[in-house]
Design a protein around this ligand. Structure first.
Ligand code: NAP
Length: 339
């Protein structure tokens, strides 16, 4: 019924709700037969599987914007793939696709469940998951719609060497802002300034973030694009300029925390500085993804946005890759190559 080559469908299932840091034992490996497709369905063979911080919350059903994940379910994950069999006239064998295919080799879809979209064959899987994928869209809408950057703005970005932060910073540079990034190693900081054109970078693990921000942003922060939350959010809130925009994209410092996490103590500066702090979920912008992809692609062609991915080889490394995401192994978009 299909021209797939692998004999089995390898899968990782959710085996346990994580306690604290996610562990490999929170996943169960199994192999099953490659599924058959019914009328209107397609069979997709995955090629890259994306690792995203939000997967940690989904393992605990902490977020209400996605369907619950039960113990024994295939672990939810975004990815790229190729249509290897089709009973749906809208999709043909060989189509390159991206969607939520899960941690498995093969996925059956009717085009809606799970949803996916075809991407042009001249785009690499790394680009389809990176700048032109979910994290690129997050950077685009978070920075442009919520951050409302203006030339001359001082923009500070945490998690700056990751998939979302690195793109948000490059878009801010396109808009004429001064951009300071924070990342967890000197090598990442050098990459931000020397390769991506950030104006400055702070190694939040070895440098004093507060005094570095005082030095680099003497007139305050106009846009803080927050990927990490916690103490760094507080430090930035203390330094916002008049009418600042604080974009709450994520809070990775809390995702593996056990027990209650402290709230920001400097939030009242939002009042004194007549500032705005706002969260968002990128999925709400899905109808506008085509316009964003077109603009991002043009920026890439002009060399204004650089795409970078950290690609780990081998299906068996999927659980450990998620742990490594929280350890900061990646520069740019993290994914596992499974084909
Ligand atoms: N709102 C939305 O719709 C939306 C959509 C996608 C992603 N997000 C959020 O955006 C953020 C970035 O996601 P991403 O997919 O682009 O991941 P990413 O930034 O590519 O990878 C995560 C990075 O976070 C850093 N990190 C890990 N633990 C940290 C900690 N305790 N404190 C500070 N930094 C830490 C690590 O880099 P270092 O070496 O620098 O520590 C790691 O490389 C996440 O918070 C995610 O939840 C939000």
């Amino acid at each position: 019924m299909n021209d797939a080559t692998a004999a089995n469908n390898r899968q990782y299932l959710l085996a346990a709700r994580p306690q604290g840091m996610v562990k490999t034992s929170d996943f169960e490996y199994r192999q099953i037969d490659i599924p058959e497709i019914g009328p209107g369905e397609v069979l997709i063979r995955t090629t890259r599987i994306s690792l995203d911080p939000s997967m940690r919350g989904q393992m605990e059903n902490r977020a209400d914007y996605v369907a619950p994940l039960e113990i024994g379910d295939v672990m939810r994950a975004g990815g790229t793939g190729e249509v290897v069999a089709s009973n749906n006239e809208r999709y043909k064998v060989g189509d390159k696709v991206t969607g939520t295919f899960g941690m498995q080799d093969y996925c059956v879809s009717d085009g809606k469940n799970p949803p996916f979209r075809v991407y042009p064959s001249d785009i690499s899987p790394e680009q389809a998951l990176g700048v032109l994928g979910g994290t690129g869209m997050t950077a685009y809408f978070g920075l442009l719609d919520l951050g409302e950057p203006k030339a001359g703005d001082m923009v500070v970005i945490s998690g700056a060497a990751g998939a979302t932060g690195s793109v948000a910073g490059q878009i801010a540079k396109i808009k004429g802002c001064t951009v300071v990034g924070m990342a967890g190693s000197d090598e990442k900081c050098r990459w931000l300034t020397e390769e991506l054109g950030f104006d400055a970078a702070i190694n939040y693990k070895t440098q004093d973030v507060a005094s570095e921000l005082d030095r680099l942003c003497p007139d305050g922060i106009n846009i803080y694009f927050d990927n990490v939350g916690g103490e760094i959010l507080d430090i930035c809130l203390e330094r916002i300029a008049m009418n600042a925009r604080v974009v709450i994209c994520g809070g990775i410092s809390r995702y593996n925390a056990e027990g209650p996490v402290p709230g920001p103590k400097n939030y009242f500066n939002l009042v004194f500085r007549r500032a705005r702090m706002e969260g968002f979920i990128v999925l709400d912008y899905a109808a506008r993804f085509p316009e964003a992809i077109a603009e991002m692609q043009a920026w890439m062609e002009q060399g204004l946005i650089k795409q970078h991915a950290t690609v780990i080889e081998g299906f068996e490394n999927l659980p450990s890759a998620l742990i490594q995401l929280f350890e900061g192994v990646n520069t740019g978009k993290l994914m596992v190559k499974v084909d």
